[in-house]
Design a protein. Sequence first.
Length: 82
Amino acid sequence: MNMLNKSNSNQWGVFASGLALGGIIGAGVALLLAPKSGEDVRTMISDKSNDFREQITGKVEEVRDKAEQQIGSVKQQMSANH
């Protein structure tokens, strides 16, 4: 059962990374195709990349926290069994 939880956590991390990467690529393409000046596009790209970086950081922290909780739970179970 623990292996299943670990697998789900890894799958969530891969999914979140793929989702974030897709969002970044999509936003970049949309901004590059928008009828704006170069300076406006660069500013928008910078702002969006900062937003995505913050979102990714938040998701990574969530996954890390969940993994640490799982590790703590496994350690407790192992201590109880010995």
